[in-house]
Design a binder for this molecule. Structure first.
Ligand code: FAD
Length: 443
């Protein structure tokens, strides 16, 4: 029989959800001197890390590990620092160094969740965060001084009081449901399959390679200990037609082997079963609902093909912590902190949503895409900006203006030469930014 205990110990911050966004939030607030506890419904002894994640951390978020006391995870024994190489219909896109040659250390990180998740919990505990696993938050109630959280665990039911509650409870956010916050959904027309392998030759410099093939994106990531992660985002019909565990693995490896500039998989040895999903629509919620801030997937959970979820989990936690720096946790302080967080979130994270959601659709204007990738691939400055936008180091608008100029130049010189390009023929005026947003997406 369950028991009901009321813990009158006053918490400053109660974080619901103890994965990337929750732990990053807890560490940051704890370092600012607040009394913080995290509640996660999972039992960590049996589920120590998230499995359904291909753990490519975009370069904008890598420096945030330092703020969490996790700089050591950037070492070669824990992760692989990687630049990105894109094989597009219009040619290769790659930079000479990292993502931005003028920004030192601008690399993405292949940092497996089996390493990251326990390290975050350890760092949180070291800086005084109280961590309660196997504890589900069932209800929350607001009063004059903050919130009562009603939890259930093996020990029974409990009521805890905190001045601020942070929703870091993921894509299916229970807090969003309790607070009546609906997500806006965007379709994702690709399914995903991924697996871990040995026996795949690592390319020089261990870049992460993204091959655009037909309507699909095939990704190759080098991992520590000579392992390789292969990830395929493909037309749902293609993946659905690969039936049966062994047949699916065979088709998957053959697909990579046949790719132009893909890795050879003839000596590949599977180290895991294939994992993935059939349907994973993007979803976006308000970053603040009433007086509850939402971070990570609870706020927005986008097509995993964009590889932004872990990075946005880290950066939303960072934005929230910075919005509360030097604030009192009284009514006025909380209201100001939440308003600042909402603004920062809208300015830095939301501008990426439109392009990512456009990428999730498979029907594209192929002639325009070809011209666009030819223009990007041929121009080192545009290539650099394209890489920066995929690494979320630049806002899409900063890239689109330059792309429009390059396409206009391309169309004008084709006209001058007396030729009629597809772009020039179909668009006598420079293409609109709205069209570009739809066609460019983020890849
Ligand atoms: C196939 C796939 C591949 C991906 N690959 C990448 C990638 O390469 N790069 C990248 O950046 N992102 C990737 N992502 C996305 C990334 O995994 C997520 O964005 C990230 O894990 C979100 O972290 P989070 O902390 O916000 O949420 P979650 O990891 O979902 O954590 C939410 C936590 O809240 C807990 N919880 C929920 N409800 C309650 C409750 N009522 N009480 C207590 N606890 C609760 C859950 O147990 C869970 O631990 C991928 C996703 C998928 C599906």
């Amino acid at each position: 029989m369950s028991t009901l205990r009321s813990d009158r110990t006053e918490l400053d911050i109660a974080v619901v959800g103890g994965s990337i966004a929750g732990m990053a939030t807890a560490i940051r607030f704890s370092k600012m001197g607040y009394r913080v506890a995290v509640f996660d419904k999972k039992k960590m002894a049996s589920q120590p890390h998230k499995q359904l994640c291909t753990h490519f951390i975009q370069p904008h978020a890598v420096p945030l590990l330092n703020e969490l006391g996790l700089a050591h995870l950037r070492g070669t024994d824990c992760s692989v620092s990687a630049k990105a190489v894109f094989v597009t219909p219009g040619g290769l896109i790659e930079g000479p160094g990292g993502y931005l040659p003028d920004v030192p250390d601008s690399f993405a990180l292949n940092l497996e969740r089996r390493v990251l998740d326990p390290a975050m919990r350890e760092a949180a505990q070291e800086c005084g965060v109280h961590y309660h696993d196997a504890t589900s938050v069932e209800r929350i109630e607001e009063d004059e001084q903050g919130w009562h959280l009603h939890t259930t665990s093996e020990a029974g039911e409990q009521s805890i009081h905190a001045r601020l509650v942070v929703a870091a409870d993921g894509r299916q956010s229970r807090l969003a449901k309790l607070l009546g916050s609906e997500a806006t959904l965007y379709p994702n027309e690709r399914a995903c399959l991924f697996g871990y392998f040995s026996g795949i030759e690592t390319p020089q410099g261990k870049p992460s390679t993204f091959i655009m093939h037909e309507r699909d994106l095939a990704c190759t990531y080098s991992l520590v200990e000579g392992r390789t992660l292969l990830v395929l985002f493909a037309d749902k019909a293609r993946i659905e037609s690969w039936r049966g565990t062994d047949e699916r693995m065979r088709h998957f490896l053959e697909y990579f082997d046949a790719l132009p500039q893909g890795p050879s998989t003839t000596a590949a040895v599977p180290l895991s079963k294939l994992m993935g999903y059939g349907d994973y629509p993007s979803q976006v919620r308000q970053p603040v609902v009433g007086s509850v801030p939402f971070v990570g997937d609870a706020a927005l959970s986008l097509d995993p093909m964009s590889g932004v979820g872990c990075g946005f989990a880290l950066s939303s936690a960072d934005l929230l912590a910075r919005s509360f720096a030097d604030r009192a946790l009284d009514k006025a302080g909380i209201a100001q902190g939440l308003a600042e967080y909402q603004q920062r979130f809208c300015d830095t994270i939301l501008p990426h949503v439109e392009g990512i959601c456009a990428d999730s659709l498979v029907e594209r204007n192929e002639a325009f895409r070809l011209k666009m990738f030819q223009a990007i691939s041929a121009d080192p400055d545009l290539s650099r900006k394209y890489l920066a936008i995929t690494g979320r180091m630049l806002l899409p608008s900063e890239f689109h203006a330059d792309l429009m100029r390059a396409l206009t130049r391309q169309a004008l010189s084709a006209r001058k030469a007396g030729a009629t390009s597809d772009v020039a023929a179909s668009r006598p005026n420079p293409p609109s930014t709205a069209l570009a947003d739809r066609e460019v997406g983020s890849f």
